[in-house]
Design a protein around this ligand. Structure first.
Ligand code: ZN
Length: 676
């Protein structure tokens, strides 16, 4: 690994940060600079892992200069850290804690929080005391892959001495907290010439007088580990990958529907690069994958072990295989929980027993999370775990933490806090496919669904406007003309790739062709039927195939129109297709109720969208005998109906568990259009 230090960049970072905040001194600015260098290298840390600190001075509210430890705050990622992500804690009273015989985790958090100079700071890292008890000005901590390949070994101490000599001192595994902080300080004091500490089954600390010294000692240690691992790696052999006979489009919904026991929804992400494929085809996969995560932090993202599937025997399917393997996994997890609870004698509530990483021979890995970000994090972590396992096996035998230490970490209150405890939004984890999402009611639905916690996949044939909406919402999108059945099918392949499945559809795309019915050309009639009726059947049917594979119900919602019940003169091509759409909605409701799939429609009226040009409004108002100025308020409540009002109805239908075959009217009151 190369040092990424640059004098020029370091200087620029210092100038930049100090210009923005004069209270940010040079120590803190350089601490930010090298923390980012570490955080941006995935071979060192992943997704919020690792931590760094600097001992410096700060002026308190009495104007006095006090010695402080600025240490990474929880919730910050080293790669994008800012000075406020390194809260300042009073150093003298922090180091005084070392005199205590013991300190519980909760008391330790309280001790760090009550010594903050700024009460609004994030909580300092759980490894704050370790940073405080070491005397060095700059300290860097990572979970570098190459280091883990050496410290996750049966004979890790001897191996570490062989590779690093006396440069790095070895600290046996102790869970992060007060005891580890004291032990690390003692090990350092017995090895005062060391450049850092190797924490067995955990990671690497380095220290130095300057930001550059500590950082470059870190890079040097990792490079040494990399070279050693490379010298032990067997010559690269061609990877033989098997053909799983598995279609992800079929497999993913099947898996997704079986996770979470109907209580929680997960989204999935798949990885199948050559390295992953080679790993899942290892003959000893069951053995190596069951040994556990490479560093304790990872357990909350990946669980203590992945679910390893075996290829189905002939006559059996992947779905059958999955069913029995999941049942076994849950039993194993419950047994692990019971054994560990009995061992530690504490009162704990079991977390959900489902896997976060699923290894599929011949295919690759599938990661699950409550949202796409969590699924990607689990997948990233496991890809690095694969590298660590393979390197550790090349060096000796991969041996990470045992179940007792893993359990302590998985059920550690401070670690659980990292996952956040926000109450779940009504559509959390649910994936909704929205058509005509580039503007008007479709865009409003997309916003409202995201507001209710859903993951959305947006389609429209207007790619440029769609992109604007998708970027605003950080949503997945794809340009699709819904009258093209092949394009619709392909877009659902993308939904499965992105999320692992789907939970509902807002079938909204439409147009408003006008013509007196007796003069309507067959072409105009056909094009209205294609978009306003037939395309809805294609979209809904693609969704139904996935919903059936999941077996967890779902919802279809259609944007109909008051024209279905109260047609207006000269608007036949539109009204006829929309009347058919109500029939289509009812047919889906009738035929899919036993699969738990609900089908409903929203009837909106006179919503100001792109379909309503000024000329169109005047024409429709005349046709209905209404003053054009009052057109949008010509209803019983005399209120204009907005796209957001309509979107609220769609969100309600998405969550209305006991409603199917219904038409919800959002029109401010139009008695002539009341469904009958
Ligand atoms: Zn750590």
């Amino acid at each position: 690994m190369q040092s990424a230090w640059s004098d020029e960049q370091a200087r620029a970072t210092v100038e930049n940060l100090r210009a923005r905040d004069p209270r940010c001194n040079e120590d803190i600015a350089l601490r930010v600079y090298t923390s980012r260098l570490i955080g941006r290298e995935p071979q060192l840390v992943l997704h919020g892992g690792g931590n760094t600190s600097v001992k410096t001075t700060w002026v308190d509210d009495l104007g006095e200069e006090v010695a402080v430890l600025c240490v990474k705050g929880s919730g910050w990622d080293l790669g994008s850290i800012e000075p406020r992500g390194l809260p300042a804690v009073r150093l003298a009273s922090l180091t005084a804690l070392r005199g205590l015989a013991s300190l519980s985790d909760e008391a330790m958090v309280n001790a760090t929080r009550t010594r903050l100079l700024d009460a609004s700071s994030p909580t300092p890292s759980v490894e704050t005391l370790l940073h405080a008890f070491l005397p060095h000005r700059f300290i860097d901590h990572s979970h570098a892959d190459a280091i883990l390949a050496l410290v996750d070994q049966r004979d890790a101490s001897a191996l570490c001495r062989e590779v690093f000599g006396d440069t790095l001192a070895v600290v046996p595994y102790v869970m992060p907290g007060f005891d580890l902080a004291k032990l690390a300080a003692e090990v350092y004091e017995s090895n005062p010439d060391s450049e850092g500490l190797l924490l067995l089954q955990h990671g690497l600390f380095t220290y130095g007088d300057t930001a550059r010294e500590s950082y470059e000692r870190h890079i040097r240690a990792v490079t040494k580990a990399e070279a050693f691992v490379a010298s032990r790696r067997p010559p690269a052999a061609a990877i033989e990958v098997s053909d799983p006979g598995l279609s992800y489009r079929d497999f993913a919904p099947c898996l997704r529907g079986r996770l979470g026991a109907g209580q929680r929804r997960y989204v999935l992400t798949a990885r199948g690069g050559r390295r992953v494929r080679g790993f899942v085809d290892r003959a000893d996969l069951h053995s190596v994958a069951r040994r556990g995560p490479a560093t304790p932090d990872h357990v909350i993202r990946t669980k203590q072990r992945p679910l390893v599937l075996s290829a189905p025997a002939s006559g059996s399917t992947w779905a059958d295989q999955l069913e029995s393997a999941l049942a076994r996994y849950r039993e194993d997890y419950a047994a692990y929980f019971r054994t560990q609870v009995a061992t530690v004698g504490q009162n704990k509530t079991m977390l959900d027993p489902d896997p976060r990483v699923i290894l599929v021979p011949g295919f690759g890995l599938v990661a699950a999370g409550p949202n796409p970000c969590a699924a990607e994090i689990a997948a990233d972590i496991y890809e690095h775990t694969i590298a660590v396992i393979e390197d550790a096996e090349a060096v000796g035998a991969y041996r990470p933490l045992d179940d007792t230490d893993l359990f302590a970490m998985e059920y550690w209150s401070l670690e659980q806090a990292k996952l956040g405890r926000k109450p779940a939004a009504p559509l959390a984890g649910q994936v909704v496919y929205v058509t005509g999402a580039a503007s008007g009611i479709g865009a409003a639905c997309a916003r409202a669904l995201v507001g209710a916690g859903a993951e959305v996949f947006l389609v429209d044939r207007d790619a440029r406007s769609l992109r604007v909406v998708a970027e605003e919402l950080h949503a997945a999108w794809h340009p699709v003309d819904v009258t093209d059945a092949v394009a619709v099918q392909h877009s659902f392949d993308l939904v499965v790739r992105r999320f692992g499945g789907v939970d509902g559809v807002v079938s909204n795309a439409g147009t408003a062709p006008r013509s007196p019915i007796a003069d309507c050309s067959p072409q105009l009639m056909q094009s209205s039927l294609d978009l306003n009726l037939l395309a809805h059947q294609v979209v809904a049917s693609e969704a139904v195939a996935i919903l059936r594979a999941q077996g967890t119900g779902g919802f279809l919602t259609f944007n109909a129109s008051k024209a279905a019940f109260n047609p207006g003169p000269g608007f036949g091509p539109y009204a006829i297709a929309k009347a058919g759409l109500i029939a289509l909605m009812r047919q889906f409701a009738l035929e899919l109720g036993d699969a738990g799939i609900r089908s409903n429609a929203v009837n909106a009226d006179r919503v100001r969208t792109g379909l309503f040009s000024d000329e169109f409004v005047v024409e429709r108002a005349r046709a209905r005998g209404i003053d054009p100025a009052r057109y949008f308020r010509a209803n019983l409540l005399q209120q204009e109906v907005t796209a957001d009002d309509v979107a609220d109805a769609f969100v309600w239908l998405a969550t209305a568990k006991r409603t199917t075959g219904a038409v919800i009217t959002v029109d401010g009151g139009n008695i002539a259009a009341a469904p009958r």
